[in-house]
Design a binder for this molecule. Structure first.
Ligand code: PNS
Length: 178
């Protein structure tokens, strides 16, 4: 090394992987979710899409089904994997050495609750929340609305991947026949 060479970069910095989590219920995954995951994948080295499997909400799809659909939806992204978590998101982050949570913000109405969660999460663990603005074409999109519109016979085929649309239609048919 000569005197004009730059300072050696710390090995730890070179080796450290920038890892983020995209958490959610994904019941089912929509094109809006995929947009956010894709953009997170371009910002971070590794992205874990974490499906919340807490039993508090009524779901149309089981955790396994939601994870299966997500895995198919992100199969084209080599640095993205899908996992499930129960309990606190911050505990999942600590277990997996994750220090960033990526959340999509659709509108200012999302912001209040998301800010509160971000602040709570950073008080619980060493994690920052990164907000990514939803692409305008998906700003109205929510899994709950997709399910409601589909249940009443509305066309949601442009809002979810084709294989999700098929499974959604089939599941709603099964439910209607119960
Ligand atoms: O898609 P959703 O339903 O908006 O996802 C919400 C989710 C799963 C990201 C959120 O409920 C969550 O993080 N749950 C895990 C429990 C937890 O950590 N709660 C404290 C949040 S400050």
């Amino acid at each position: 090394m000569t005197t004009s060479d730059p300072e050696p970069v710390q090995i730890r910095e070179v080796l450290s992987v920038r890892r983020a989590v995209c958490p959610g219920s994904f019941d089912p995954v929509t094109n809006g979710h995929i947009d956010i995951v894709q953009r997170a994948a371009s910002l971070f080295d590794e992205v874990v899409v974490a499906v919340g499997i807490n039993k508090s909400k009524n779901r149309l799809f089981t955790a396994e089904e939601r994870m299966e659909m997500l895995s198919q939806a992100v199969a084209h992204l080599p640095n993205v994997k899908v996992d499930g978590f129960s309990g606190l998101l911050t505990a999942f982050c600590q277990e997996h050495d994750i220090h960033a949570i990526v959340k999509g913000l659709r509108a200012v109405t999302d912001f209040d609750y998301e800010l509160q969660m971000a602040q709570m999460n950073s008080s619980l663990a060493d994690v920052e929340t990164v907000f990514v603005p939803t692409s305008p074409e998906y700003s109205f999109l929510a899994s709950s609305l997709v399910k409601e519109v589909a249940a009443f016979g509305g066309d949601v085929s442009s809002l979810v991947p084709p294989f999700v649309h098929q499974r959604l239609t089939a599941r709603l048919k099964e439910k209607a026949a119960e």
